[in-house]
Write a protein of this length. Structure first.
Length: 184
């Protein structure tokens, strides 16, 4: 129930901020294809004990020049080589996000994530409600590089025999955004 309430509050806040924007931030008359922002992240790690691949595409919609909301998808592959035979796992999920540009590339970000997490013979749904901020730097053209630091408010330390997809409540990300407006 608390998670549902947090999701409703998130959507209400997004809607309120979107309608509170002044004319200087309006995208009135801008076609849909120019309001879409594509991005995401890619993670790779290969070692003697473990291989790791993360693919996390996202699509966002610009409500104004400062407010974007969208959906993230996540797929994670792990190959744990320290077991014999090695153990391969697949985790996947996604969820909605919102991002608001404060000034000069600094933004606040919030998201809900549901992850179907697999470890050994164990699969469980894992929910996260994260909020934080970041910085975005245009790379030229329609591309931007962003840095993001989030705090997972639903994080719980795993008990013995339990597993968690995150090592701590702090989540750090780097990603690329592609879209008409280089702010996101």
């Amino acid at each position: 129930m608390i998670r549902t309430a947090m999701f409703v509050v998130l959507l209400t806040a997004i809607t309120g901020v979107a309608y509170a924007q002044g004319e200087e931030n309006s995208l009135k008359g801008v076609p849909l294809n120019e309001r879409l922002v594509f991005g995401g992240g890619l993670g790779l790690g290969f070692g003697s004990d473990q291989d790791y691949i993360l693919i996390s595409p996202s699509i966002g919609y610009l409500f104004t020049r400062k407010l974007m909301a969208g959906v993230n998808l996540t797929y994670q592959y792990n190959n744990y080589k320290f077991f014999s035979p090695s153990i391969k796992t697949h985790s996947y999920g996604g969820g909605p996000f919102a991002r608001y540009l404060l000034f000069r590339g600094f933004f606040v970000h919030t998201e809900y994530e549901y992850l179907s997490y697999e470890f050994l013979d164990y699969r469980e749904g894992y929910e996260s409600f994260m909020a934080g901020g970041g910085f975005i730097q245009p790379l030229g053209g329609k591309a931007s590089l962003y840095f993001l630091a989030l705090y997972n408010f639903l994080y719980e330390n795993p008990q013995p025999g339990e597993f968690n997809p995150y090592d701590s409540p702090l989540v750090l990300r780097v990603g690329i955004s592609l879209g008409q407006f280089g702010l996101f």
